[in-house]
Design a protein around this ligand. Sequence first.
Ligand code: MF3
Ligand code: CO
Length: 266
Amino acid sequence: MPVTIKSAREIELMRAAGRILGKIHQDLGKELKPGMTTLEIDRLGEEMIRSYGCIPSFKNYQGYPASVCVSVNDEVVHGIPSDRRALEEGDIVSLDMGVIYKGYHSDAARTHGIGAISKAAEELILRTRECFFSGIRYAVAGCYLHQISAAIHACADRYRYGVVRDLVGHGIGSHLHEPPQVPNFKKRSRGIRLRPGMTLAIEPMINEGSGSVEWLEDGWTVVTRDGKWSAHYENTILITKGEPEILSITEDEITEGIWIPKGAAE
Ligand code: MF3
Ligand code: CO
């Protein structure tokens, strides 16, 4: 399957999917509190997804049993929601969700702190987001894909964090996973040349310690090998001639000035 250029109609649908997913992330993030189980998060997330007439894209994807990937502390991604895992004050929890709206996908992840968290955990979350934003400075038509990868890697290096290499970002559209793969680490090759109309899910997974990970017995949950904590920040973006559009950005992130959408400047 080649890397596709989305039509104007497809872009409109992906904008709609992204807007919905951003809203769900924002709303679900505010529901998190100590004592809540990871299964309750999944139930609530799925309810929200369906309330917009969307389908949760992860549910049954290659056998994944839930709608929201809920990964706590040293869990990197693909944590399976469980009624035996309750959030505790001081935890960090990564929520990864995908929606399908009228046949088009959006995929995004955020890491949240539960109550008061350590300074180190707070920094890990903020700097993982910073890695994403360092990367997308190169998410511009005419740049090469692996410039994004190298910029994410350089940002993580600056903080002496480990970059997860065993999982990568991806193209996205009428399928959750489309080519190209989007690594979060420096490559020897430059990758494809970016063109307007390409849509990518860029998703740095950044570890406080080493980038090395392993899979739990459940076949899904990815954890750090050294037991140190991990954060995840992902958005679905659209390549344009100028700055990218972040389709799954949340309204709060715009209000807080974390991202200023094109044309929104005064
Ligand atoms: N953001 C993740 C990815 O792109 C989510 C997929 S998890 C699965 O791979 F549950 F759908 F498998
Ligand atoms: Co993804």
